[in-house]
Design a binder for this molecule. Structure first.
Ligand code: ZN
Length: 49
């Protein structure tokens, strides 16, 4: 089963992206994505949508 999560910037806490994760795997996802407010690529962490 897949669950929708939001990806939150670890620096400014802006919620920039949504993604889906496999609930059977690890729930926490960390991805490096571009953040507009930060104007840089930063780690985004998954949060429940
Ligand atoms: Zn940011």
């Amino acid at each position: 089963m897949r669950e929708i999560v939001v990806l939150e910037c670890s620096v400014c806490k802006n919620r920039n992206y949504t993604s889906t994760i496999d609930t059977r795997g690890g729930r926490k996802v960390e991805v490096k994505k571009f953040c507009r407010p930060c104007r840089a690529h930063v780690i985004h962490k998954s949060r429940k949508a």
